[in-house]
Write a protein that binds this ligand. Structure first.
Ligand SMILES: O=C(O)CCC(=O)C(=O)O
Length: 193
């Protein structure tokens, strides 16, 4: 619907095209995913621009008795501080899902050794969230498993894909991006409500 609204209101936000509706995957108990492959029309340029324009940081975390680097580069912005390059993308997600976003965070996976471990995102409403991921660069698997245990589901997020975790996903499911043997750079842009 929002695509049609965008069309009526004028051209879509910068970098976006009139993509088909995402496929909705019902995980049960109010948890759902949306996946729209090839949603962003020029992912190569976005990957290049974000790689060079954003201020990437290495976070540290305790592991056993050591402090280690988090295996990916990160940058995050609150609403109102989002760089120009990402404003249109965040606005399009907001319009599509009808929920104001609170923040935009980006992860840069330099190669296959970069990853994110199993976790749920800390959001104000874990039982009613919209977390949109726009993935650019190397396709990587995103795994999801029930927080209390259960079979893992595997999704591949390709170059330019939109993947949304909605409803109760952050209360009931964990997600991870595992290490892989060979992979080029990938950036995930997380628009969180
Ligand atoms: O890179 C991704 O697709 C997921 C990243 C993630 O789960 C996070 O930053 O919390």
């Amino acid at each position: 619907m929002s695509r049609q609204l965008s069309l009526l209101a004028g051209p879509p936000a910068d970098g976006l095209r009139l993509a088909p509706e995402p496929t909705r995957i019902d995980l049960g108990q109010g948890a759902w995913l949306d996946h729209a492959p090839n949603w962003f029309h020029d992912p190569e340029t976005l990957l290049d621009d974000l790689t060079h324009e954003l201020e990437w940081r290495t976070l540290k975390r305790p592991m056993y008795d050591q402090i280690v680097d988090v295996p990916r580069l990160i940058t995050a912005y609150k609403r109102g501080q989002v760089p120009d390059r990402l404003v249109g993308l965040a606005a399009d997600v907001e319009q599509r899902y009808g929920r104001p976003f609170r923040s935009v965070a980006c992860n840069l996976y330099r190669d296959g050794a970069d990853s994110v471990a199993w976790h749920t995102d800390r959001v104000p409403e874990p039982g009613n969230c919209i977390i949109a991921i726009v993935s650019v660069g190397q396709p990587r698997p995103l795994l999801m498993r029930p927080a209390g245990g259960g079979p893992t589901r595997r999704f591949t997020l390709g170059d330019g894909d939109l993947f949304v975790m909605g409803g109760t996903t952050q209360a009931l499911w964990e997600h991870a991006v595992p290490k892989t043997k060979h992979a080029g750079p990938r950036i995930s842009i997380m628009v969180r409500s």
